[in-house]
Write a protein that binds this ligand. Sequence first.
Ligand code: C2E
Ligand code: MG
Ligand code: MG
Length: 597
Amino acid sequence: MSLQRPVDYEQNRLLALRQLNLLDTPPSESFDRITRMASQLFAVPIAAVSLTDSDRQWFKSRVGVEHWEIPRYKACCGEVADTSELLLIPDLQASPFYRDSFLASSGIRFYAGAPLLTRDGYGLGAMCILDTVPRELSEQQLAMLQDLAAMVMSQIELQYAYGRVDPLTGLPNRSQLGEDLQDLARDRHGQTAFAVFTELVDVAGMLSLQRVMGPTYLDELSRAASQGLTASMTPGSYLYHVGQCQYVHLLTDTSEPEAMLQATWLREVMLSLTPREAAAVMVRPAIGIAPFTFGNDSAADVLRMAHSACHDARSTDLGAGVYSREQDIRMQRQFRLLADFHAALEQPGQLHLHYQPRINLANGRCIGAEALIRWNHPELGAIPPAEFIPVVEQTRFARPLTRWVLQTAIRQASDWNTQGLDLRISVNVSGANLQEDDFASRLLEGMDEAMLPGSAIELELTESALVGKGATAARQLAAISAAGVEIAIDDFGTGYSSLAYLQSIPAQVVKIDRSFVARIDHEWRSMRLVKSMINMAQELGYRVVAEGVETVESLETLRNLGCNEVQGYLLSRPLSARAFENWLDARNQSDDTDAQP
Ligand code: C2E
Ligand code: MG
Ligand code: MG
């Protein structure tokens, strides 16, 4: 039985086997196809691709066998791997050596196995066929079995070489992860598992490392990391190299807390390996865990979820975190809104302006309205501005958005003007708009064309949009103010910590944020705060508007504090242009009978 081999043959053979990353991998259709064919060609109940590990025969693919592995001791496939030769045993019961083997005692009588040989001549195992009755094979059939073994080896080599193994680390790559997820889903449909995404350095860090340490440093780091990660693998886990300095572990048969623990441990391992000490500080591993369900989540989704968890984990103390579906859904929705906003600007009917009345507290007269955008998305319905404006403002859509709002507001102002209504429309403008060279000139041209006086429009800008925005912004503000268009500081009190800026901005109105106003009727401190804001702003020459007035008590308090104007649900919610006109009519009529507000 035993053949004279070099002493280190078995050691090298095992190394070759391990390098292929085949052991304990999920079943795969590319191998199963060959095993099924073998069973049919030879009309045998059992066929398998069997790999010989140090102490076991492990089946990469099998037909007609329940178990995944059997002991190596007295396993026929083990002999094939040892000898690298074809083995035919017509009847195990007639073989003095195998008569009492595991196979024989489980009812197998016939065995034939062809060796799976690497190019270097190492026997990895066997392509074997088995039967419960004694059999013979012809020369031609034996040749056929060898052909099948060669096909298995081609598949193994193909898998190893062709786009599935990362040449740098020797680890299976992202394509292999995708395939394994599909294969695992077949056996484990509906089971939960975890994808653990490890990123050694973020993109900026990688660039710095490359500059500081030279172009091959990241390769060194990747190799060191893959060794560390391979060494810390637990049973039921699979490791992939999915991008530069990025790894994914698939963890099966474990719980979320266990996966978390594993992640923090992996992070420790990563922190302890830096191929060259100088760069230790720059290696900042982050780990994201994405729980997923086999068969429900596509490979692309699993990778995306795990990557996004890893990205979020960067900003946490632990440097590790679990994927949050809520966060992801929010991100996806933001992307969708951004993608669809262009159409909203182009197609009529999706965007509207609503108008919320603003009242002079001294005489109760409506002096104008704030224009507030409304988006009626064809599929998602009404989208609140608080959801899409902050996203849109940060893109190149900031310009067309404000252009659309201003055009619509100017048209409306002109319409009300011709109706003899003396109203000022306040328009919310983004900080980005002040960086447009032609912002003021376009606005003023638009107003001129509509024959509107400067007092017909007011611009609302937040503190952060107004302060320290450079020469272009200052020029725009100056031109706008010079034309008599007033500037209001919106959401006053929420943004800037220093009030010194108030001297430098050409604004006339301060709108106290509703978060302060909402509490003045029941919180003494809020009342005092609003009181001092009003006093200070008025002393500096500003008119003060309180936003978000919801109760009669707040209104009375604001009146007593000397606030100039108010706006809020108590008086009216934002209304369509037509509803606003009706509201104004009704108010003017009742105004004749009793004093308001
Ligand atoms: P904002 O400019 O501070 O507008 C006031 C917000 O408070 C509006 O919300 C308004 O409906 C709401 N509001 C008014 N009175 C009350 C009240 O008594 N109680 C409560 N709870 N809320 C009240 P909206 O329309 O959802 O707009 C939110 C924000 O979106 C605006 O805050 C503004 O920053 C932005 N926005 C709205 N329209 C536009 C626009 O056309 N362009 C730009 N750039 N931003 C806009
Ligand atoms: Mg506003
Ligand atoms: Mg506001």
